[in-house]
Design a protein around this ligand. Structure first.
Ligand SMILES: Nc1ncnc2c1ncn2[C@@H]1O[C@H](COP(=O)(O)OP(=O)(O)OP(=O)(O)O)[C@@H](O)[C@H]1O
Ligand SMILES: [Mg+2]
Length: 363
């Protein structure tokens, strides 16, 4: 996957921006609040996913602008394509001149991975961040998964609302059977996708982990489910039924993929409890770069790598790994401190100021 050109107008703090990166390493460098992350965000949105900053569509539109247009020329599988994202009240998209049903329909057309300082909390934070990591990664490869997930969350919300109503009206329990049937079916499908993804991810991580950390420990990644992996739809229905009493008491659904987690261990020891700060950072980086390797395996090409402001959070050897060992794919790195890119052997450095480039240097 190669980004040839991005043009942007009316997006965040970009008036008219034209960005022509090189095919390997691109550093976007500049002071705070100049638009470096905005640039990565503009590229990221072509995956069809939500903003990695959790922004709403209306926040992407430049202040006092009615319309923003981002246009991306890229090459995938040797074919040159163009995608456009138009933001008015909602986000819309076009691919090679054809209107798509939604911006989410870009999923599977363009691939990227993003790594930001917040991802360094993948280990220490609660299970929700690890589920989000899995869901974003799977959703990019299998857009249908996003739909299943949305339907699943809707079904959980409906079940929860019935659970709360039962306290006042016992008759509504009658509706639970139906919701639990669709919940069980969707649970099974989501768990299947996640298990398969974790299995493929696990194949790529040991080598990457030792490359990044230089350590010999074995990194193990396992999906931890509140429902046994072998459970069929009928078994899941039974599990949900058994949980009803407690769930009515708590007012929430206590089992299912919305409660699952990713267990990360080094030599069998849970990383969260026993890992050093450095080991945790290496594992976060490994997970993100493994995500790219899985995309390569399944979609046939490396995604572009968007690495937002991570250099200052990493030590020299990990910085060097990022700058000089990610070969064969296009990388975009943002940073504020020029000393972080001293070790850069080759690439283009784009200096950003006030939403545009003020200097471009080729190394
Ligand atoms: N919707 C918007 N319209 C106009 N400007 C915006 C919008 N959203 C953010 N900005 C501006 O964009 C700038 C921030 O851009 P960005 O987050 O890309 O900065 P950055 O260069 O990554 O900075 P840092 O180094 O601090 O991470 C701020 O000046 C902010 O006011
Ligand atoms: Mg930033």
């Amino acid at each position: 996957m190669i980004v040839k050109k991005l043009t942007s107008s009316g997006f965040r703090n970009f008036n008219e921006l034209e960005f022509c990166p090189n095919e390997n390493m691109n550093v976007i460098f500049g002071d705070n609040a100049q638009g470096k992350t905005n640039l990565l965000e503009a590229i990221w949105l072509f995956c069809g996913a939500k903003s990695f900053r959790g922004a709403k569509d209306s926040e992407l539109l430049g202040f006092e602008k009615q319309r923003a247009v981002n246009s991306l020329d890229f090459v995938f599988g040797g074919v040159e394509k163009n995608a456009k994202i138009i933001i008015e009240d909602k986000r819309k998209a076009e691919l090679s001149g054809k209107k798509l049903s939604s911006a989410a329909a870009l999923a599977g057309e363009f691939y990227a991975i993003v790594f930001s300082p917040a991802d360094l909390n993948l280990i220490n934070d609660g299970p929700a961040v690890r589920r989000r990591f899995l869901d974003t990664a799977i959703g990019q490869l299998y857009p249908i998964y996003n739909e299943k997930l949305r339907n699943y969350y809707k079904a959980v919300a409906q079940r929860n609302s019935i659970l709360r109503d039962i306290k006042y009206n016992l008759d509504v329990e009658y509706f639970l059977d139906d919701f639990e049937t669709s919940l069980a079916t969707l649970s099974k499908e989501i768990i299947k996708y996640r298990l398969r993804y974790v299995e493929i991810l696990g194949d790529t991580t040991p080598e990457l982990y030792s490359g990044i950390s230089g350590e010999k420990e074995t990194l193990n990644i396992a999906y931890s489910s509140t429902i046994p992996a072998s459970a069929e739809v009928d078994d899941i229905k039974k599990i949900l039924k058994q949980a009803r009493k407690e769930d009515v008491f708590k007012g929430v659904t206590s089992v299912g993929p919305h409660r699952d987690d990713l267990n990360l261990t080094l030599n069998g020891n849970p990383l969260k409890n026993f890992g050093s700060q450095g080991q945790k950072r290496s594992v976060c980086l490994t997970l993100k770069l493994s995500e790219a390797k899985v995309i390569k395996k399944i979609a046939g090409e490396y995604p572009v790598a968007l690495l937002d402001d991570v250099m200052s959070e990493l030590d020299k050897s990990r910085q060097d790994f990022i700058l000089n060992h990610i070969k064969d794919w296009q990388v975009f790195i943002t940073c504020c401190d020029p000393s972080n890119i001293k070790g850069l052997e080759s690439g283009t450095v784009f200096q950003m100021e006030g939403g545009n480039f003020c200097n471009i240097t080729v190394k």
